[in-house]
Design a protein around this ligand. Structure first.
Ligand SMILES: Nc1ncnc2c1ncn2[C@@H]1O[C@H](COP(=O)(O)OP(=O)(O)O)[C@@H](O)[C@H]1O
Ligand SMILES: [Mg+2]
Length: 210
């Protein structure tokens, strides 16, 4: 079973949200990094094979062999070295992730997946669009198909005129969670320490753990 997080615009908080969701689960969770920033947020290196290598391999190892332990309950499968992926391989990954364990997927801006009918989106237990309440992000969200997602994680900045209700109405998607911009989060990310203690402002995401 897996939750997929994406955003129509970089810098929204997708990676932070994905990592926080992984930590928020009581049960073991594996983060799948399709965009490359998760190791830095978790304070581990980028080295070694990852999910893109698995996707393109002729003989695929067990996914568990690619995972690194971060904490007792959290594991990470990195991006890896391969970058181009044949469309058919996404279906294999979707099948694999839907079949066993719990995963959260950081799929970044989704542009690199390049197909709105990507099986990875279609087979997820839940797809969350991570968004700041910004007109440019909203515009992109509509074009990129955010209306098909199951919920919005709104990363709320002070002094924005656009409110959660406006975002939900504009996209026709419920607000799954509101995360307030918090200096403790920014500092934990910059120090690669997010996995060690989830700042209180991100604990609102615990309600989304499935
Ligand atoms: N809730 C938050 N409070 C403060 N800073 C945040 C928060 N969420 C994300 N950030 C910061 O915003 C930047 C972009 O976050 P990131 O998760 O990398 O976005 P994306 O993956 O969508 O590009 C990072 O510097 C991160 O530290
Ligand atoms: Mg990211």
């Amino acid at each position: 079973m897996y939750t997929l997080c994406w955003s129509p615009k970089g810098g929204s908080g997708t990676t932070v949200t994905t990592v926080a969701l992984g930590i928020a689960h009581d049960e073991p969770v594996t983060i799948i990094d399709l965009d490359g920033d998760v190791p830095a947020v978790l304070g581990v290196n980028d080295d070694g094979p990852g999910i893109y290598d698995w996707l393109e391999a002729t003989r695929r190892p067990d996914l568990a062999e690619l995972a690194t332990d971060i904490t007792d309950e959290l594991r990470l499968i990195r991006c890896g070295q391969t970058k181009s992926v044949s469309p058919i391989a996404w279906a294999d990954l979707a099948d694999e992730l839907a079949r066993s364990n719990r995963y959260v997927v950081d799929s970044g801006t989704r542009a690199h997946m390049n197909d709105i009918a990507n099986p990875l989106l279609l087979q997820s237990a839940r797809t969350l669009t991570v968004l700041r309440p910004c007109y440019l992000a909203l515009r992109r969200a509509r074009i990129a198909g955010a209306a098909e997602s199951d919920g919005i994680v709104l990363v709320q900045e002070p002094s924005r005129a656009i409110r959660a209700h406006d975002v939900a109405t504009c996209l026709g998607v419920p607000i799954a969670a509101v995360v307030h911009i918090d200096v403790a989060v920014a500092r934990a990310v910059d120090a690669g320490l997010l996995a060690h203690r989830l700042p209180r402002s991100l604990q609102t995401l615990e309600a989304l753990a499935i």
